[in-house]
Design a protein around this ligand. Structure first.
Ligand code: ZN
Length: 363
């Protein structure tokens, strides 16, 4: 695969460091690939064991210098027929490392010297860490309200931090303006299709850990849909490659206080009044890939589910009581699964994603 495809007009664009959206303004994507037979490189104990399935990889061995050993996270049984995918056991303690590792490795291969990102949290930290590893200068735009601890973490990895007044969206707008003016690489976990090439390894790992089969149901938190879209793509590719029978039902969970995708899925009129949530990592009022998120859930026969903040914090307490310390954003999938009326009818086995470590937040 050597070209992006525009999701709006269908035009193709060569995979190039400066391209992050179509000339028509549309979002870019990479086509699904389905290698037959599906090849796992058992000599690699990281997500790079699946690199034969990464679009545009491998064209060199540069990933070996960029990798921090990400992937191969535990799948912990939660009897009778449930599993917790402990995807926060990653170099920067969030699943975002899947996307960052692949995105930054490709950027390094393309000879990128400077990258720009925007994030208020785990994605920015992850991109900054991998950029440091790859010797790429990183400039990260964050909302001014971002916690001092997170800003310190970004700076520790050598990133230049730009604090922007206003909302999360204002920080993204500033980053895009910077990219347009400078020609720097836009390491966006929303726009850049290479990021989803990394998050799709979430699906491959679960498939391999279950003995070469897809689970019946997968429950993930959803804000910008980074994990949802990666999982949907990964399972679809496994089915297309003949390695799995069907795509699991994808249950995408949003915080009730900020649930634009769940509202759109129900057919509710768009609202401008979304608020904040203890699940700060998924409190995204304007997800850039909303249409794709809806299509992924719909196509799997799944559902969008919402949970309120009290349920999220309760779910977090229950998980901690089972030995698993997660941040509130990472507790939403388990919280929803515990209380969702449709859970009893959902196909087994069920895999619930735990995406960010408890140390990411205080309190
Ligand atoms: Zn286009």
């Amino acid at each position: 695969v050597t070209a992006y495809v525009c999701t709006a007009c269908g035009a193709t664009q060569p995979i190039d460091g400066r391209v992050w959206r179509c000339g028509c303004g549309g979002l870019l994507d990479l086509p699904d690939i389905a290698p037959r037979p599906f090849v796992v490189d058992g000599s690699q104990w990281s997500l790079w064991r699946y690199r034969a399935a990464l679009a545009s990889f491998p064209t060199s061995d540069i990933w070996k210098a960029v990798s921090l050993g990400e992937g191969m996270t535990p799948l912990v049984p939660e009897p009778p027929d449930q599993y917790l995918k402990v995807d926060f056991l990653m170099p920067t303690l969030s699943f975002k490392d899947r996307g960052s590792a692949v995105l930054v490795a490709k950027a390094a291969e393309m000879g990128v010297a400077r990258l720009v990102a925007d994030s208020s949290g785990n994605a920015g930290t992850s991109i900054a860490a991998y950029a440091a590893r790859a010797g790429i200068a990183a400039e990260v735009f964050v909302p001014a309200a971002t916690s001092p601890a997170k800003v310190a973490q970004l700076r520790a990895h050598g990133a230049t931090v730009r604090q922007v007044g206003g909302s999360r969206r204002d920080a993204a707008d500033e980053a895009m303006a910077r990219v347009e003016a400078s020609g720097d690489f836009y390491a966006s976990h929303v726009y850049n299709p290479l990021f989803h090439q990394g998050t799709k390894t979430f699906a491959y790992e679960i498939w391999e850990q279950l003995g070469g089969q897809a689970p019946g149901t997968v429950v993930v938190p959803a804000g910008n849909g980074t994990l949802l879209l990666g999982a949907a793509r990964g399972f679809a590719e496994l089915v297309a490659a003949g390695a799995a029978v069907r795509v699991p039902r994808l249950i995408a969970v949003q915080a009730a206080r900020c649930a634009p995708a769940a509202a759109a899925w129900r057919g509710a009129a768009p609202t401008a009044s979304w608020g904040s949530s203890v699940a700060e990592g998924i409190a995204i009022a304007h997800p850039g890939r909303l249409a794709q998120m809806l299509a992924a859930v719909e196509g799997s026969g799944g559902a969008f589910v919402t949970v309120d903040d009290a349920e999220i914090l309760d779910g977090r307490r229950v998980l901690a009581g089972r030995g698993l310390g997660v941040e509130p954003t990472a507790a939403v999938a388990w919280a929803a699964w515990r209380s969702w009326p449709g859970a009893a009818q959902a196909p087994r086995p069920v895999v619930v994603a735990l995406t960010g470590a408890g140390l990411k937040t205080t309190g």
